[in-house]
Design a protein around this ligand. Structure first.
Ligand SMILES: N[C@@H](CCC(=O)N[C@@H](CS)C(=O)NCC(=O)O)C(=O)O
Length: 321
């Protein structure tokens, strides 16, 4: 039995759930309380989710790509990695690269979108169990929203999306992938691999970021993702997707146009490709004192994000897939 410690909506966790299901391994999820994560403290590995504990071998590992590699090496049936050592290393490098770029940038922009459009959703993600769900109730949700929004802004630096050129870097990474996947069914080789599971899972938060989900040249990429999700039964919408969608339908608007992007800007360039040995992360520590320093950044996102309103329309790829 594999015990999977999770935050249900995490795209890194979804990558591991998908691999477990694909390999047909018995597993059970343990939901952790995001701000404490006490449930995982007994394991001597990085305290991020996903974390798995294999009760058959006693091994505990965190970090999604090493988890997939462990599962494939320990349970070789229905392999997710190529057999050939060179191809295997190629797949591994792809995964670390996607974990360290797409995974981080998509998380940053997904939360940014929630904070701009419906921060009340945050307590339903982060505090469903606190005070028996008090902060998920109407009124209380609006009290919790700025505190959670500031905490996340401090942790992931959403207020620096523009300076860090997150939209630009992500576009430069995704456009060639969209082109490639409009011609091929899989990113590496002729069958589903851990690289496809990584790419499709880590793209997930971008489904609520109209700059990407509605980008004309990225439609083949999202159509590819939707097809894979359908084929592998991964489609049920995550809570934040449903809630932001409801909000957009009610209001008839969404935040879409990134005002500062310049189509003629050629500085984006390809993302560096030197080999990696571990995935990079961008989680910054937050204390109760530093938390309040995030107020200006949070307000900037809420009031002056520079991401313009546009009429709500469903993403075009939904009709393509
Ligand atoms: N590179 C890691 C990233 C894992 C990660 O950053 N997980 C986030 C959830 S998406 C986490 O544990 N956050 C807890 C926190 O911020 O304290 C992986 O591939 O698993």
């Amino acid at each position: 039995m594999i015990e999977l410690y999770q935050l249900r909506w995490s795209h890194y966790v979804e990558k591991v759930r998908w691999a477990l299901d694909f390999k047909g391994l018995p597993w059970r999820a343990i939901d952790v309380v995001a701000h404490r994560k006490e449930e995982m403290r007994r394991f001597p590995c990085a305290q991020t989710v996903p974390l798995i504990h294999d009760t058959a071998t006693g091994i505990a590992i965190s970090d999604s790509s090493p988890i997939l590699r462990y599962l494939d090496e320990t349970y070789p049936e229905r392999p997710l990695f190529p057999d050939d050592p060179a191809e295997r290393e190629g797949a591994w490098q792809w995964m670390l690269r996607l974990d360290s770029t797409l995974g981080l940038f998509a998380r940053r922009l997904g939360y940014t979108q929630v904070i701009m459009e419906c921060p009340q959703v945050l307590s339903r993600l982060f505090m469903p169990q606190v005070c028996r769900g008090l902060f998920t109730r109407k009124g209380w949700r609006s009290l919790a929203a700025p505190v959670l929004g500031m905490m996340l802004t401090k942790r992931f630096h959403f207020d620096r999306n523009r300076e860090d050129r997150i939209y630009e870097q992500l576009e430069a990474l995704l456009l060639p992938l969209a082109d490639r996947l409009s011609r091929a069914a899989f990113l590496v080789g002729e069958q589903l691999s851990a690289v496809d599971v990584t790419l499709a899972s880590l793209l997930r938060p971008l489904r609520i970021v109209p700059h990407f989900s509605h980008h004309p040249r990225l439609q083949p990429l999202f159509a590819w993702q939707t097809r894979l999700f359908r084929e592998h039964g991964r489609d049920p919408a995550l809570l934040y997707e449903t809630l932001i969608d409801e909000r957009r339908r009610q209001r008839g608007v969404m935040r879409g146009r990134v005002s500062w992007l310049d189509a003629n800007d050629t500085r984006n360039g390809p993302i560096a490709t030197e080999p990696l040995t571990v995935a990079v992360n961008d989680i910054h520590p937050v204390s109760s004192v530093s938390l309040f320093g995030a107020w200006p950044g949070y307000m900037k996102l809420r009031r002056f994000s520079g991401i313009r309103k546009m009429p709500y329309t469903p993403a075009p790829h939904l009709a393509l897939a």
